[in-house]
Write a protein that binds this ligand. Structure first.
Ligand SMILES: NC(=O)c1ccc[n+]([C@@H]2O[C@H](COP(=O)([O-])OP(=O)(O)OC[C@H]3O[C@@H](n4cnc5c(N)ncnc54)[C@H](O)[C@@H]3O)[C@@H](O)[C@H]2O)c1
Length: 258
């Protein structure tokens, strides 16, 4: 799709990877809706991007979309960054060998799988109303965001790996389902990026942070920059022949056994 005058929603858009994607889409001429549960940060960020950027508050991914239609009248694409993990949801049994309580695991799986599904479903319902953009009949594009943990989850990442694995696994059937409506669906699997999500490691576990920075094949002196994620999100939005695919953006990292 052409990003000039397209309308792109970015969930989790107030911070990190989502904020970088929102900024690059705006720089390419798209109108941008930043959806996030962090109202203060989201509003300030949206304002900092200037004209044709709005902030919409959402916690559950079931709200916020009404405001989007009202403001911009259509949706062309979404970058679905809202996700993450609850601490302590990664082990099959606890350190004493006792049963792990499943509730926190459920929360992480719900945030990632159900949240991403709800974003995709609401986005698709809006995008399907667009007039086709060209002779091929393209109406828009959905970019899901998983993690390399979908493929090589670390020790302690059961819930996160399951949630992100679910997002990756949903991507192809979604693309098959929505192709007839002219909507492409792809997924990005980020490696380890320098965002507020990984900032506590830098502060409290500098040795782990250093090890992660050295783990990619190349570049192996730093974490990924959010702009490098944004470049892939934009490439997927713009390139009509990319569909049903999950793409790692990770400097070639393969997570080892911890
Ligand atoms: N940073 C990394 O190294 C990395 C690696 C792989 C995957 N990811 C994934 O990329 C995505 C973005 O990560 P990030 O590093 O930019 O994180 P981040 O913490 O910087 O930003 C996440 C944003 O999502 C918002 N959010 C979280 N849950 C939400 C909800 N239920 N409703 C609305 N907004 C919500 C937060 O308020 C925050 O602004 C996440 O899905 C994360 O799992 C990140």
């Amino acid at each position: 799709m052409k990003l000039e005058n397209a309308v792109i929603a970015v969930t989790g858009g107030a911070s990190g990877l989502g904020a970088a994607a929102a900024e690059l889409c705006r720089a390419k001429g798209a109108k941008v809706a930043v959806l996030d549960m962090n109202k203060e940060k989201g509003e300030a960020f949206a304002q900092s991007l200037g004209d044709n950027v709005i902030f919409l508050e959402t916690w559950t991914m079931t709200k916020g979309y009404e405001g989007l239609s009202e403001k911009f009248g259509k949706l062309s694409g979404v970058v679905s960054c809202a996700g993450g993990q609850t601490m302590g949801t990664g082990l099959t049994v606890d350190k004493k060998g006792h049963l792990t309580h499943f509730m926190r695991l459920k929360k992480t799986v719900e945030l990632n799988i159900i949240g991403t599904f709800l974003v995709a479903s609401q986005s698709a319902a809006l995008i399907a109303q667009n007039e086709p953009e060209d002779a091929d009949g393209e109406r828009g594009c959905i970019v899901n965001v998983a993690s390399v943990a979908a493929e090589d989850g670390q020790n302690g990442q059961i819930a996160y790996g399951a949630g992100k694995g679910g997002i990756k696994a949903m991507t192809l059937p979604m693309a098959r389902d929505l192709g007839k409506r002219g909507i492409r669906v792809n997924c990005i699997l980020p490696g380890v990026f320098d965002t507020p999500m990984t900032a506590p490691l830098k502060q409290f576990r500098p040795e782990v942070y250093k090890n992660l920075a050295q783990s990619p094949i190349f570049p192996n002196t730093r974490l990924g920059a959010p702009e490098e994620f944004a470049q892939m999100a934009v490439a997927i939005l713009e390139n009509k022949y990319v569909n049903g695919e999950s793409i790692r953006v990770d400097g070639g990292i393969r997570m080892g056994k911890l």
